[in-house]
Structure formats: C-alpha cells, structure tokens
Write a protein that binds this ligand. Structure first.
Ligand SMILES: Cc1cc2nc3c(=O)[nH]c(=O)nc-3n(C[C@H](O)[C@H](O)[C@H](O)COP(=O)(O)OP(=O)(O)OC[C@H]3O[C@@H](n4cnc5c(N)ncnc54)[C@H](O)[C@@H]3O)c2cc1C
Length: 280
C-alpha cells in the first residue's frame, strides 16, 4: 500500500493515478517520463510481469494522449536473472514504444550494472533509435561514456547519481560531482542529441543556461528534468522562462527503495517526513 508520506514523491499505486498526474503536469506545459517502480527482481515471473505492465503503460499513454515517455530499470526486467530474458523484454518494450510513437529511457542503476546497461543499450541501439540512457556525473568513467554516446548520436540524461559508490569508481566530494556535472553538461549541450539535464540544483541549472546562452544554443535543443514532488514551482517557472521541462513520475507498489534514495540524498526530505509524522 502507498502510505503517506511516500505519496509526496510517488504518483500513486496504479497507472491510472499516474496518468492523472501526467495530465495535470501537461496542463502546465510540463512533459513527463513515467516510471513503474521496482528493481532487482529475482523471479522470472516478476520480470515478465514488469514487462507486461510496461507494455500496458505504453498503450495507456497512447490511449490517454498524454505527453509522456517511459523510464525503465533493467534489473526490473530481469538483469539479475538472465541477460537474454532482459534483452527480449527490452526489445519488446521498444517495439511497443515504436508502434505507439513513444520513446524509452533506460535508467542507470548502481555501478555493478553500468557496463552491462551500456552494453545492452548499444546492442539495441543498432535496431532502435527510440531509446536513450543515463550517465551519472559522480562516476569517474562518465567522461568516456559521454563521448561515445555523443559520437553515436544517442540521447543522454545527465544526473549526479543516486547510489552510494566506492572511491575508486566515484567522486566522493560533492564539489567534484558538481564540477563533473557542469563539464559533461557543456559537452552534451555542444554536441549531444537533445540532452536532458536532470537536477534540482540551481547552480547546475544556471551554469547550463549561461553556457547555452554564450554558445548560442537554443532552448529547444535540450531539456531540464526534475522528479515528481520536488520543486514544482521551479518546474513551472522554468516553463514560463521558455525552457523544456520533463518531470519523472514514479508510481507503483514497490516504492520503498525509491523513497529511501530521496530521503538519503537530502536532509530536508527527512525533515518533511518527520514533520508529517508529528502533524498526524
Ligand atoms: C529526472 C531525473 C531522473 C533521474 N534518474 C536517475 C537515474 O537513472 N540514475 C541515478 O543514479 N539517479 C537518477 N536521478 C537522481 C539523481 O542522480 C540525484 O540523486 C538527484 O537528482 C539529486 O541530485 P540533484 O542534482 O537534484 O542535487 P542535490 O545534490 O541533491 O541537491 C543540490 C541542490 O539542489 C537543490 N535542491 C535539491 N532538492 C531540493 C528540494 N527538494 N527543494 C529545493 N531545493 C532542492 C538545493 O539547492 C540543493 O542544495 C534522477 C534525477 C532526476 C531529476
């Protein structure tokens, strides 16, 4: 059951509730990316159900005529079980997305999945162009990954990274993560295919806007992305200022890992939860 206060960050338990949220965002000029919550499934049946639910979601988006693509996690489609099964699920979802004129973003999970996720991405990229991937600025390898994705003409969502990673793989100092984000954002703005800069951080957003202005890069060549429930006023304000804004809208019953990551990355989110508890 979706308990309060998780519903600040999660749009509901079923796709109907999530699509209602998307309609409201669209009415404010904001596009969406719907994410069915769930990750690290260990049973084939669960991976198959996730695949079926995503196919049904794509049809639901088409029927409702809302402006939303989808975000998927490969460990929800079977990556911990069987690579072939995961690939089959991914291809089937991409086919449905193509048939319904939609587009799929493959979320990036913890570092033990980075290489596999990118390999699967390049594998399907040969046949499908309605797919993009995510790069985490906290990872030391990301500069090389961004260069290859730019060379391929692939669409990248740039994030800081939501998972705790060890020092050999990832910057531990927030300032280094931020500097890497700005540097990668510049490359993507210069040469990337419609990059998505996904952050709530005003300094990162301002840096990107100023860089795009200096280089004469039009606002419709890139987009900003934020999470549902975070900085809604800023999301609307960005649209008023002429920027493209897409909000990531998670829904479903498996909300706890996602909710926990939101609490872990910002103490104010914990304060919000504690205040809600006290008020009840
Ligand atoms: C659309 C989207 C998709 C994502 N996909 C992935 C993914 O596939 N893989 C992955 O690892 N991570 C993903 N993330 C999560 C991301 O990696 C970060 O963990 C998350 O966005 C927090 O980092 P931040 O850039 O917002 O800045 P933070 O470093 O968390 O915050 C920096 C500053 O932002 C401002 N801020 C942040 N939150 C608030 C708030 N609630 N209210 C007001 N100001 C605030 C504050 O000024 C704060 O100091 C995604 C994030 C977004 C927005």
């Amino acid at each position: 059951m979706l308990i309060w206060p998780a519903n600040r960050f999660v749009a509901g338990e079923d796709k109907e509730s999530a699509i209602t949220v998307v309609k409201d965002l669209n009415a404010h000029g904001i596009a969406a990316s719907l994410d069915l919550l769930g990750e690290n499934v260990s049973q084939r049946a669960a991976a198959e159900k996730a695949h079926d639910d995503y196919v049904s979601l794509l049809r639901g988006i088409a029927d409702a005529r809302v402006d939303s693509n989808i975000s998927i996690k490969l460990t929800m489609l079977g990556l911990d079980i069987d690579l072939g099964l995961t690939r089959d699920h991914l291809v089937s979802i991409l086919e449905t997305a193509r048939d319904t004129d939609n587009w799929v973003r493959i979320d990036m999970e913890g570092s033990r999945y980075t290489q596999l996720t990118l390999e699967l991405f390049y594998d399907v990229w040969g046949s499908f162009k309605n797919v993009g991937v995510v790069i985490q600025s906290m990872l030391r390898r990301s500069e090389g990954d961004v260069e290859r994705l730019i060379a391929e003409g692939a669409r990248v969502r740039l994030v800081k990274g939501a998972y705790k990673e060890p020092p050999p793989l990832a910057f531990q100092d927030k300032r280094e993560v931020n500097t890497a984000f700005d540097r990668l954002a510049e490359r993507l703005l210069d040469r990337g295919e419609r990059p998505a800069l996904a952050t709530h951080d005003d300094e990162r957003i301002d840096h990107a806007i100023e860089y795009a202005r200096q280089q004469g890069i039009a606002a419709d060549r890139f987009e900003f992305q934020m999470l549902y429930g975070i900085r809604r006023e800023t999301q609307e304000d960005m649209v008023r200022r002429g920027y493209c804004m897409r909000v990531y809208v998670p829904y479903g019953k498996e909300w706890f890992p996602y909710f926990y990551r939101r609490l872990r990355e910002r103490k104010e989110n914990v304060t919000f939860v504690l205040r809600s508890v006290v008020r009840r």
